[in-house]
Design a protein around this ligand. Structure first.
Ligand code: TYD
Ligand code: MG
Length: 453
């Protein structure tokens, strides 16, 4: 009989190796490699014509495939639907990741209680007791009479029960406590998490059940990170936000049924998660006083613009190696912008500590932050406040040129909607028609932007 094969998998990046290593060759993380026992593949004869039950009728052209089963259903939260690309697709496996305490269980309990009113729904809790979940549902004032609950951690049992109950949607909270009997390692190990998720995903596909898997992301490598699951599930979304901030953002990392990089915004309140319909308004709630080092920019998040405030603090450094700290923005980008500012703006910050922060815990990965960061830095350096009604966006190139960014017109419209009167934007993003009550300055070079302020 063939022996079970072992491979070694990095829990951070999912890379596979044939032997154990202290450091992952791919992502260079230490102590993240753990053993993963592959289940035996069923024995097959090498003779292909010997396969029974396979016929060429299974081969179809793309246009002949029946799409009737694809209509999505709403989760009840417009922000959640947006991140999923328009709703939940029956038969899809969706991973909801986040740090413990982010509010994954709360979000799913609210969703499931509402959905259970119109379709059979099953909530599997492996972490909390049934009483705990029931108490929470009662405290949140959710409709509880229709939702089926089960406290179980064996994947085989769950699938067996789900086959009988025939739910349309199942929540597994969480994938890290699930286990399968024919895998030796402990729940939470890479092999258990991977095999459990693969088994549940197969079940979802075969029975047209939407499967929502909760996955904890931990900073230490003690639990398998959801990274190792990303290839087998259809959508991966992250619920982010620290415990001390009221706001939680839901962001898609991977979505087979829609665009990624959509952002859903929720507020954690005393009565559970509430949708935030106008996120620009919350990220912008700042004082009326003009302060140096603060500027508002317009981000493009998936399919909509978002106004956020960028803050910078430039202060004389007592260190030989001044500090460069970026919260919510890319550190390397900050260093690059400081070099551009020196070379093309004539401003030297070598002896200054530089801190930048994106207000509200937003993480900006877009290049349109460049111009806003530079203007915030200059404003703080010169201790000169920028006007409150100014909004800025644009990419800055290495030779000091200001490059256009996508969706310039929509960004300007969003700023106008929120009462901004002035905008500094890349010249190529200048709108063709005048916008009432808004003065728009198009700049081609960094020096022009610095002159304007
Ligand atoms: P939870 O959904 O249990 O997090 P996860 O499942 O992602 O680990 O959320 C727990 C946090 O949410 C906890 O810190 C308390 C907070 N919370 C509220 O502030 N209000 C509420 O109504 C609820 C249910 C939770
Ligand atoms: Mg939980």
């Amino acid at each position: 009989m063939a022996k079970d094969k072992s491979t070694y998998v990095c829990t951070d990046c999912g890379a596979e190796f044939s032997r154990w290593l202290g450091q992952c060759n791919e992502c260079k993380a230490w102590n993240t490699i753990s053993e993963f026992r592959q289940a035996k593949a069923p024995a097959r004869s090498g003779n292909f014509s010997g396969f029974a039950g396979i016929n060429d009728e299974k081969v179809q052209t793309l246009d002949s495939i029946d799409l009737a089963e694809l209509p999505r259903f709403s989760s009840g939260f417009a922000e959640f639907d947006r991140v999923l690309g328009g709703g939940i697709v029956p038969g899809s496996a969706i991973l909801i990741g986040g740090e413990p305490g982010a509010g994954k269980s709360t979000l799913l309990l609210q969703t499931m209680c509402a959905l259970a009113e119109s379709m059979p729904a099953l909530y599997i809790t492996g972490e909390e007791s049934l009483q705990q979940v029931a108490m929470r549902a009662k405290r949140l004032g959710l409709p509880t009479s229709k939702l089926k609950m089960l406290s179980e951690t064996s994947v085989e049992n769950i699938c067996h029960i789900a086959e009988k109950e025939k739910p349309k949607i199942v929540v597994i909270d969480s994938i890290q406590v699930m286990h399968m009997s024919d895998i030796q390692s402990a729940p939470g190990s890479v092999s258990q998490v991977r095999e459990s998720a693969a088994y549940l995903t197969r079940f979802a596909k075969q029975h047209h059940v939407a499967m929502l898997l909760v996955g904890h992301v931990t900073k230490d490598g003690s639990l398998a990170g959801p990274k190792v699951l990303e290839h087998c599930i259809d959508c991966s979304i992250m619920l982010e936000g620290s415990n001390d901030s009221r706001y939680r953002t839901l962001r898609g990392n991977k979505n087979r049924f829609g665009a990624v990089n959509e952002l859903g915004v929720f507020a954690m309140t005393g009565s559970g998660l509430k949708e935030v319909k106008n996120p620009s308004a919350i990220f912008l709630s700042r004082s009326d006083e003009q302060t140096p080092g603060s500027v508002v920019m317009v981000l493009w998040e998936g399919t909509r613009p978002l106004l956020v405030e960028i803050q910078a603090l430039v202060d004389h450094s007592a260190l030989g190696n001044p500090r460069r700290v970026a919260v919510g923005a890319d550190q390397n980008r900050l260093s690059m912008l400081l070099a551009i500012l020196h070379r093309h703006g004539g401003l030297q910050m070598n002896d200054q500590d530089v801190f930048v922060n994106v207000v509200g815990g937003v993480k900006v990965t877009e290049t349109s932050i460049d111009l806003a960061l530079i203007l915030a830095l200059v404003s703080s350096f010169r201790d000169n406040a920028l006007p409150q009604d100014l909004v800025v966006f644009g990419e800055v190139g290495l030779s000091g040129e200001i490059r256009p960014v996508p969706s310039g017109q929509e960004r300007i419209n969003e700023a106008a909607k929120h009462g901004f009167k002035r905008a500094i934007v890349p010249f190529n993003n200048m709108p063709k028609h005048k916008i009432d009550g808004m003065e728009i300055i198009g700049v081609k070079k960094l020096s022009e932007a610095l002159e304007v302020i």
